[in-house]
Design a protein around this ligand. Structure first.
Ligand SMILES: Cc1cc2nc3c(=O)[nH]c(=O)nc-3n(C[C@H](O)[C@H](O)[C@H](O)COP(=O)(O)OP(=O)(O)OC[C@H]3O[C@@H](n4cnc5c(N)ncnc54)[C@H](O)[C@@H]3O)c2cc1C
Length: 443
């Protein structure tokens, strides 16, 4: 028999349980990636994510090729492509690592149809520290409070040790034809806006591995004290590598613990990632609907295109907001503290529906994922799990004084911002937001 391993958001060779299982097949493997933009429930990728995906697939393709295995690239609905490629290659088994959002319906359907056709379809845990159904409240439901969730995770057996890269590689004799990556048009061309992304990032498993090693060696010990300072560069920058599965959370977890550095707070941040994904598992429509149903009736302002445009371009006249939005546009990323400040500015000072901001981040972040992005937007808006209370309105000027006291971050990304007129009055818009919230609370 031959085994088909289906790569998804797990573009790596190490700690890839589905790949390890496939490589045990003495008849060899076929490695497949499907660009599925058409199946029901699939959210089309944003521009920055497409850029990352292109380079990450190129890195995976090269890594597999150097081990003698081609990466077969196909486009289309997974429910048709996967059984088709299995049939073309004579595969009697298909393996994959699990997904936890809306796509899991596709996977469940596929598993059923493959098995009905006599193909041994098997799924494995690969993207989280704990499977979502293993961390539930006593009543069997989802946790809504982070501290209780994280305590429950820690009471469970430790995350499994990461698997090494498979030792034995054997390509199946029948390798189906694939498409050319360059034909997929994932990279921007007219205009090519990705120069800043190329400067900032190197997608791929090797680079993820190096990033983790550098972080643990150079920054981990001071992470707890410096992580909130955007100019410090003290955080790990692992989020896009984790997003695309170029490194597994189990690998990050165990290597961090073994490093001997002071990693408690850092591991707690991995806990937030875990919490976001478990929340998505229980609420697959996280980017559409607030967990707090009262927000369905919230009195958002009709978005003023001039104000939203100024926010997107980083031209609000508030240096910390402008610096963050320009860092995002240029590099496909933004420091966490500044994500909170810019999101709060949109949702509270401009009173714009959080979904408008979530969509912009979805399009522009290289780490945009189906869980962390809507989860954090809901957190800022006050309608999500363990959310910031609505009346907590980040003041971009006070936040700048506290976290960018010498203005280094603002000067780097938006040196002209201070001279711009402020597009809103912070005090008046704060009062407006509080009044809208009071009306909601009274319902
Ligand atoms: C409005 C908003 C939108 C966000 N959208 C995303 C997103 O689409 N994708 C994403 O990965 N993160 C998102 N975050 C969370 C956070 O900003 C990024 O994970 C973090 O900035 C990545 O930088 P880092 O890798 O240096 O993080 P580090 O501080 O080094 O943290 C280590 C890892 O922990 C995880 N993590 C840290 N904070 C969070 C958090 N609040 N929620 C979930 N995971 C976290 C990430 O995987 C990160 O790589 C968002 C935050 C906000 C406020």
């Amino acid at each position: 028999m031959t085994t088909l391993v289906w790569f998804r958001d797990d573009l790596r060779l190490a700690d890839h349980p589905a790949l390890t299982a496939a490589c045990e097949d003495p008849e060899g493997i076929v490695a497949l990636y499907v660009l599925d933009e058409v199946s029901p429930g699939v959210r089309p990728l944003g521009g920055a994510a497409r850029w990352w995906l292109h380079h990450s697939l190129a890195a995976l393709r090269d890594a597999l090729a150097s081990r003698g295995v081609p990466l077969v690239l196909r486009r289309g609905a997974a429910a048709e492509v996967v059984p088709g490629v299995a049939a073309e290659s004579g595969a009697s088994a298909v393996t994959w690592n699990r997904r936890y959002g809306a796509e899991r319906e596709i996977d469940a359907g596929l598993k059923e149809s493959l098995r009905a056709a006599g193909v041994d379809a098997r799924s494995f845990p690969g993207g989280l520290l704990h499977e979502p159904w293993t961390v539930t409240t006593r009543a069997g439901g989802a946790y809504r409070v982070y501290s209780a969730f994280w305590r429950a995770c820690q009471e469970r057996p430790a995350p499994a040790e990461p698997l090494p890269e498979p030792a034995r590689w054997s390509p199946a004799p029948r390798q189906p034809d694939g498409e050319e990556l360059t034909e997929w048009g994932l990279l921007p061309s007219a205009p090519d806006w990705a120069a800043g992304l190329r400067e900032r990032w190197e997608p791929g498993e090797a680079s993820a591995d190096e990033r983790l090693a550098d972080f643990l060696r150079l920054d981990a010990d001071e992470y707890a004290s410096r992580r909130d300072v955007p100019a410090s560069g003290a955080t790990s920058s692992l989020s896009p590598h984790l997003r695309w599965g170029e490194i597994s959370p189990r690998t990050v977890w165990h290597r961090a613990l073994r490093s001997g550095a002071d990693v408690g707070v850092f591991l707690g941040e991995l806990g937030w990632r875990e919490f976001a994904w478990h929340t998505l598992f229980h609420h697959p429509d996280l980017h559409r609907r607030g967990l707090d149903p009262r927000f369905d009736a919230f009195a958002w302002e009709r978005p003023d295109p001039a104000e939203v445009g100024a926010w997107q371009r980083g031209e609000t006249g508030f240096p910390l907001v402008d610096a963050g939005m320009r860092e995002l546009w240029r590099t496909g990323s933004m420091h966490n503290r500044v994500r909170m400040v810019t999101a709060s500015f949109l949702v509270k000072n401009l009173l714009v529906d959080w979904r408008v901001g979530e969509s912009w981040f979805w399009d522009t972040l290289v780490d945009a994922d189906a869980a962390s992005n809507p989860f954090n937007w809901q957190w800022v808006a006050g309608c999500g799990a363990d959310a910031a209370p609505y009346f907590r309105i980040f003041n971009p000027l006070t936040q700048a004084k506290k976290f960018d006291p010498d203005g280094a971050y603002a000067r780097r990304w938006a040196p002209d911002s201070e001279a711009r007129p402020e597009i809103v009055d912070l005090r008046a818009t704060r009062e407006r937001a509080l009044a809208a919230y009071a009306a909601l609370s009274a319902r």
